[in-house]
Each structure stands twice: as structure tokens, then as C-alpha cells.
Write a protein that binds this ligand. Structure first.
Ligand code: DX5
Ligand code: ZN
Length: 219
């Protein structure tokens, strides 16, 4: 299993965006996490396709697009064109989860399925065979800088157990409230893709990325 850091640019300094992204790539972050919010599925609005398109080619990182968007099936092709490699949708946001997953596959993209803190682990079970990654939210989606909800650890454990029981190789990404101080807990619970916004871009992104990578390399 690969252990991967996915810095969330939601917490980046946007007037320095290109430079900040390069720093995370140079220090070992294999993914770049791109939080899209529509003001409907979550209260806030962030950024979308044009920002992704403008960083396309800047970095060799996997573009990890997290769609916090109602009925994301409407936008999969647009994000493919803008440079996404992996698209994660919310189970709670889709009328037809299966059709949305198929749409992502049909665009030649890797597929992630996310659940909010109030959604139980078992809800992802019917889709495990069809996805590359499950994203477990560590906070209520919508804003960076929140505190990690400790109950998410049990959810990670249950999902890792389901994946193992079925003999699958599905990644588990955890997103929200992850810092150097609690990252080992989520890794020990069974997550292998770590999203960190404030903990990477708040302060020195180069040092923060290196510090996370040092821990990930222990696994
Ligand atoms: C929350 C977003 C997260 C967020 C994480 O809705 O999905 O990716 O940027 O930010 P931190 O790491 O600051 O909690
Ligand atoms: Zn996210």
C-alpha cells in the first residue's frame, strides 16, 4: 500500500499559489487536493475548473479533486478537461451513486467516494468493488481549519476491515483536521492517503510537507 500526502490548496496563499504547490511537490507530496464547494451541498463556495486548468502542467502531482457539489455527475467531464486525475464525489450528494461512479470511470478517471461524519461506514459497502478510494471526512465538509472528529477513527477501521475482508485494494483518504500531532492515529486506523490543508500551508509548506513525509515513510 502506498502512503501519500495530499496537501489541500484551500489553505494556500492564493497570490503565491503556483510557488506553494511546487514546494509541496518538491518535498514529496504525490497528490494535490483540490476542494470544490458549490454553496449548495456545503455552505461555502471555493473554486472550480478554471483554477484547476490554470495549474495543469505546473506539477506532476496527481490532481485529487474533491467535489463537495450537489449532483456532481453534471461536472465530471468538465473536471476531466481541466486536468483532474482522481475525482471524489459525495455519496450524500448523488441521486444515483452508481451512475455517477460509472460516469467518472467512463471519463478514464480514478474514482473516489466520500462520506460525511453523519453517514455510517456501511453505506460505502455496496460500492467498494467499483471505486479506487474511499474518502472519510474528519470534519463536516465546507471549511478548512476545523477540529478532527475522533469518531472518524472507528469509521476508518471499519472500512479498512471491509476492504480487507473482500480482498480489495482500495485506498482510504482522510480529510479534515489532520495535523502532525494526530496523523499517526489515522494511519494506524487504516488510512493511507492524508489530506492536510492548514497543517501544510499554515506556516512553512516546505518544512510541513517534509515533516509529514517523514512520518508517512515510517509506514
Ligand atoms: C473540508 C475540505 C478539506 C479541508 C481540510 O471541507 O474538504 O479538504 O481543506 O482542511 P484542514 O486540513 O485545514 O482541516
Ligand atoms: Zn477535501
Amino acid at each position: 500500500m502506498d502512503y501519500i500526502l495530499a496537501p489541500s490548496i484551500l489553505a494556500a496563499d492564493f497570490k503565491e499559489l503556483g510557488r506553494e504547490i511546487k514546494k509541496t511537490e518538491q518535498h514529496g507530496a504525490a497528490y494535490l487536493h483540490f476542494d470544490v464547494m458549490d454553496g449548495m451541498f456545503v455552505p461555502s463556495i471555493s473554486f472550480g475548473m478554471p483554477v484547476l486548468a490554470s495549474i495543469q502542467g505546473l506539477t506532476g502531482q496527481v490532481m485529487d479533486v474533491h467535489l463537495m457539489v450537489q449532483e456532481p455527475i453534471r461536472y465530471i467531464e468538465d473536471f476531466k478537461k481541466a486536468g483532474a486525475d482522481l475525482v471524489t464525489i459525495h455519496l450524500e450528494a448523488c441521486e444515483d451513486v452508481k451512475a455517477t461512479i460509472e460516469k467518472i470511470h467512463s471519463c478514464g478517471l480514478k474514482t473516489g467516494l466520500s462520506i460525511c461524519p453523519e453517514t455510517e461506514a456501511l453505506a460505502v459497502e455496496p460500492y467498494l468493488k467499483d471505486v479506487d478510494m474511499i474518502l472519510v471526512m474528519g470534519v463536516h465538509p465546507g471549511f478548512g481549519g476545523q477540529k478532527f472528529i475522533p469518531e472518524s477513527l472507528d469509521k476508518i477501521r471499519s472500512i479498512r476491515q471491509m476492504i480487507e475482508e473482500q480482498g480489495l485494494s482500495v485506498d482510504i483518504e482522510v480529510d479534515g483536521g489532520i495535523y502532525l500531532t494526530n496523523v499517526r492515529q489515522v494511519l494506524d486506523a487504516g488510512a493511507n492517503v492524508i489530506v492536510a490543508g492548514s497543517a501544510v500551508f499554515g506556516g512553512d509548506p516546505e518544512k510541513n510537507t517534509s515533516d509529514f513525509m517523514e512520518i508517512l515513510r515510517e509506514y
